[in-house]
Design a protein around this ligand. Structure first.
Ligand code: FNR
Length: 376
């Protein structure tokens, strides 16, 4: 913290130049409950830390003399045009950090060409979030299936009524039949006043233990199984993506059950501690089912903090990556903060592409990296 600023004063936005800067400022300036909810992870934080450090253990094998003056980061994610191969991972109640919450994120994404995945536990209904982006702007929606299935069905059907049909895919979260034990969150007991209205459902607090995570999750249906995907296909004609795949066997089942995509994820280390970082699961897919990349779209999230992290995931076959906490920390500075954060990550990605020796994301391939340090 510069000497002329008190530790709880936010420094000017332009002085922040990385994911780490936004996190450091958030840790000092967010309300204690908000910081605990956003930053917390399950039990001993082993998966949380591994998510970040797994990327450090993959070394580049850069190529030289390739004319890298002009680089292009444009891509398509599940058929949606995107300026960059990263999207906003779904995260609950962004309103805790900024009163405009997901709406401010949507505005920033609309201006920068980034796709936002809206959480079932967003602070505002979808119908209020999407109009803040330009007309026809694409969004994804993350679904926690409700114990009251009809409530989930109603929510999904309501998307078809929205003018311009902005929701382009449904990400069904499958790694959280119950939320994990997030001790930092549980120590700061949930305050009833924080139970803001959510996208489709009002949370019912029938979960044991304290913490906002468990308080909100009482409505989630822990009986969900593979057979229920048929029900889901009946209530929505949108592409279905399973969020939270953690091994090759389940990735292959996802192909069998005919979904359009998977997100390799351990929920940012928030659910099952010692579940693998998604980049390890991506390597497992290469070893055990290399043809899977032809059958469905593979996305990944967890621990993405640098442009090089994004590029490594793409070189191993992911189409795009989700970024969770850093977007919430950027929202500490409102819409402008989110735009600035997107610019930083795009710049880091472009620098990484040039230094690795590629000019287009289509040139990403595993041969650009040395992965022998990862254990299988
Ligand atoms: C999440 N995540 C999440 N996932 C989901 O499917 N539905 C949700 O409502 C939420 N809510 C949520 C809240 C907060 C505060 C965090 C930090 C995360 C998980 C999220 O989509 C993503 O998987 C991780 O955040 C990715 O890890 P990083 O980028 O935070 O390291």
């Amino acid at each position: 913290c510069p000497p002329h600023l008190s530790p709880t004063t936010k420094p000017p936005l332009h002085t922040l130049i990385s994911s780490n800067d936004f996190e450091a400022i958030a840790s000092r300036t967010l309300a204690a409950k908000t910081w605990a909810f956003y930053s917390s992870a399950a039990t001993d934080l082993i998966s949380y830390k591994a998510n970040i450090h797994a990327f450090d253990r993959i070394w580049w094998r850069p190529r030289i003399l390739r004319n890298v003056r002009d680089v292009n980061t444009k891509t398509q994610i599940l058929g949606c045009e995107a300026a960059v191969p990263f999207f906003v991972a779904p995260a609950a109640i962004a309103k805790l950090v900024h009163e405009e919450g997901e709406k401010a994120i949507a505005r920033a994404c609309g201006r920068r060409g980034v796709v936002q995945c809206i959480s079932t536990n967003a602070s505002f209904p979808v119908a209020e979030i999407v109009p803040t982006a330009p007309p026809f702007y694409p969004f994804f929606f993350q679904l926690y299936v409700n114990k009251d299935r009809e409530s989930s069905a109603r929510l999904l059907r309501s998307f078809a009524m929205l003018p311009t049909r902005p929701i382009r895919a449904i990400f069904v979260t499958v790694d959280a039949p119950v939320p994990g034990k997030r001790e930092a969150d549980e120590r700061v007991r949930a305050d009833e006043s924080l139970s803001t209205p959510m996208s489709g459902v009002q949370a019912k607090n029938d979960a044991k233990g304290g913490g906002l995570g468990r308080t909100m999750a009482g409505y989630i249906d822990a009986t969900l199984s593979w057979e229920d995907l048929e029900w889901l296909k009946e209530v929505t004609d949108l592409p279905i993506v399973l969020k939270g795949v953690m091994c090759a066997a389940d990735a292959m089942m996802a192909v069998e059950y005919g979904v359009q995509g998977i997100v390799l994820s351990n929920h940012g280390g928030r659910n099952l501690d010692t579940s693998p970082p998604a980049i390890h699961t991506l390597l497992e897919l290469h070893l055990n089912c290399p043809h899977i990349f032809d059958s469905l779209e593979v996305l990944l999230d967890g621990g993405i903090r640098r442009g090089t992290d994004i590029l490594k995931a793409l070189c191993l076959g992911a189409t795009a990556v989700g970024i969770g906490r850093p977007f919430l920390y950027a929202l500490n500075y409102g819409q402008e903060g989110v735009e600035h954060y997107i610019d930083i990550m795009k710049d880091e990605l472009e620098v990484a592409m040039r230094l690795v020796g590629i000019t287009d994301l289509a040139q990403c391939h595993p041969g650009l990296m040395i992965t022998f340090e990862i254990d299988h």
